[in-house]
Design a binder for this molecule. Structure first.
Ligand SMILES: [Zn+2]
Length: 123
């Protein structure tokens, strides 16, 4: 799961770079226009990133990106604080994160959580 989460957060930063790029003028990749060479390259890069991620995890991520949590659906929990909404999460959330066996979401904002560095080290 740890590896999954790190892939997922990589994918997220890749996607936000893409977003920034499209905002600054490139056409929408899902649009009807033909893909440019650069876009094809990016799409295949993304493809290879997503390959290591479990399907249900990827689906959850994609769904969240399409919803209100668009900009950062995957956030670390640092010192038991969700870095998406800055609320303290419960101990059981942290315990689940430490176990690393299942997908853990913030009980306040619903973002996908992974352990931030400090918490990860102290376990
Ligand atoms: Zn949160």
């Amino acid at each position: 799961m740890k590896k999954q989460m790190s892939l997922l957060s990589k994918l997220q930063s890749f996607d936000s770079q893409m977003d920034a790029m499209y905002k600054s003028g490139l056409p929408d990749p899902n649009g009807p226009r033909k893909l440019t060479k650069k876009q094809k390259l990016l799409a295949s890069e993304r493809e290879s990133l997503t390959q290591g991620i479990r399907k249900h995890l990827l689906r959850t991520y994609e769904r969240m990106r399409e919803s209100r949590l668009k900009s950062n659906p995957v956030v670390p929990a640092i010192n038991e604080v969700c870095q998406g909404c800055y609320m303290v999460v419960t101990k059981s959330v942290i315990v689940d994160l430490r176990k690393g066996k299942k997908l853990v979401v913030c009980e306040h904002c619903g973002r996908i959580l992974f352990l931030g560095d400090r918490d990860a080290d102290s376990s």
